[in-house]
Design a protein around this ligand. Structure first.
Ligand code: C2E
Ligand code: MG
Ligand code: MG
Length: 415
């Protein structure tokens, strides 16, 4: 996709040729659509035969493909089903292969997976989960919890991260780690994410004006919905000042030099909404993202913070220190995630990390408990940023590729 349509077509032709070279004459090779191909073989092949063919196909594709100046590695995931045991007609057999393919993709690159009844059960559960999410949204089974974020230099409360919770009527509390991936894949993250955003902004509007709310936005929301329009509507409806909203993205949203994502981030930031990069250090952490995407903050992943406790060789300190220095040099703030101990907090403060979030301060809690937490922190709450009341979401016109980083000060001075 990044090399354009013509490259994609040319690659598909090349793959078809290579596959054709491996499929025996009595077999049928077809392109099902997109980047999916199917091979149908008559006769008794058996698992061994299928594995052997899979290996040959894998080898045929392994040879890098050259397109202009680009050398491209091609990988395939393969799903295998047998008639009549796995499916007695074309549709059923293709469906079985599809489930096997899904499992192969989940297992990583270049894998071959056979269909099994267990896969079918899992697929049914996935579908069940999706209809449960839909029902949960309609019937109010979702809730938003809040986890405080603390400024390390003065230990003041600066805001909260909004974290979705699902109280399933039969299965009890389900962790976001268990349903967010399915919601992303199915697109249900769009209505769910919009609901979380609106709920979080309503709640935040009732907090003291110095406090912000950070809301997670998944890559699929950016791909499949107009995040800017949704944010704008929600801010108007809830009356929350845009300067009090922060959007947390993961690196998966920034993959592949995406102009639209860059434009979105610019537009959000020009309106005063802040942008944080979540779980920094766990993905590809390509330094080029930091240069090419407009951000306000890096959230240092919990795994590095956790390692600070038992760090005889000073490796964890060195990594966190390097991330904080890098962030400072790029005028980005930092939040350490998953701070559980005083030792970690002290170490992070020494290093110069801006904010901390974690069980040391509080676990995520419901809206009522959040109000009580705010009351308890009275006197230790960040003051309202100057000019917040005057921030207007529609203050400026759209220059989609605006300046990379507008400092808070210049933004307010401009008002
Ligand atoms: P995240 O955005 O990195 O959120 C931080 C996670 O770390 C939360 O898990 C939080 O409860 C947990 N955590 C915070 N402090 C500590 C600590 O001191 N120790 C330990 N062990 N864990 C800590 P949670 O709420 O289960 O959320 C998991 C992930 O699900 C989130 O990771 C986020 O990626 C995703 N998620 C949650 N809510 C939403 C949402 O509304 N939209 C989207 N797109 N994703 C969400
Ligand atoms: Mg987050
Ligand atoms: Mg995180």
């Amino acid at each position: 996709d990044s090399l354009g349509h013509a490259a994609g077509d040319s690659l598909l032709r090349e793959v078809a040729l290579r596959l054709a070279g491996e499929v025996p004459p009595q077999g049928l090779l077809a392109r099902l659509g997109g980047d999916e191909f199917a091979v149908l073989l008559p006769g008794v092949l058996g698992e061994k035969g299928a594995m052997e063919l899979g290996r040959r196909i894998g080898d045929a594709l392994a040879q890098p493909w050259v397109f202009g100046d680009h050398i491209i590695d091609v990988h395939a995931s393969m799903g295998v089903g047998f008639a009549p045991v796995d499916g007695q007609n074309g549709d059923a057999l293709l469906q079985a292969c599809d489930m096997a393919l899904y499992a192969a993709k989940a297992a990583g690159r270049d894998t071959l997976h056979f269909f099994s009844r267990e896969l079918e059960l899992q697929a049914r559960q996935r579908l069940g989960m999706l209809s449960d999410i839909r029902r949960g949204l309609e019937q109010g089974h979702f809730d938003v919890y809040y986890q405080p974020q603390i400024a390390l230099d003065g230990e003041t409360l600066v805001g909260f991260e909004a974290l979705v919770r699902w109280h399933h009527p039969e299965r009890g509390m389900i962790s976001p780690a268990d349903f967010i991936p399915a919601a992303e894949e199915s697109g249900l993250i769009v209505p769910l994410g919009a609901w979380v955003l609106e709920r979080a902004c309503w709640d935040a509007a009732s907090w003291p004006v110095g406090l912000r709310v950070a809301v997670n936005v998944a890559a699929a929301q950016i791909d499949r919905s107009d995040v800017l329009a949704i944010v704008k509507t929600v801010l108007e409806r809830t009356g929350l000042s845009s300067a009090r909203l922060e959007i947390e993205l993961t690196e998966s949203s920034l993959m592949g030099e995406n102009q639209e994502v860059r434009a979105l981030l610019n537009a959000l930031r020009r309106r005063g909404v802040r942008v944080a990069l979540d779980d920094f250090g766990t993905g590809y952490s390509s330094m080029s993202y930091l240069r090419s995407f407009p951000l306000d903050k890096l959230k240092i992943d919990r795994s590095f913070v956790c390692a600070l406790d038992d760090d005889a060789r000073g490796e964890a300190v060195a990594i966190v220190d390097a991330i904080v220095r890098l962030a400072k040099a790029l005028q980005l703030e930092t939040t350490a995630e998953g701070v559980e101990t005083i030792k970690q907090a002290n170490c992070l403060e020494r290093i110069g990390c801006t904010y901390a979030q974690g069980y040391r301060y509080a676990k995520p809690m419901d809206a009522d408990a959040t109000q009580a937490f705010i009351t308890a922190w009275r006197g230790f709450i960040a003051p309202a940023p100057v000019g917040v009341a005057a921030m207007d979401f529609e203050a400026d016109s759209d220059n989609l590729y605006g300046s990379r980083r507008q400092g808070t000060r210049s933004r307010f001075a401009a008002l």
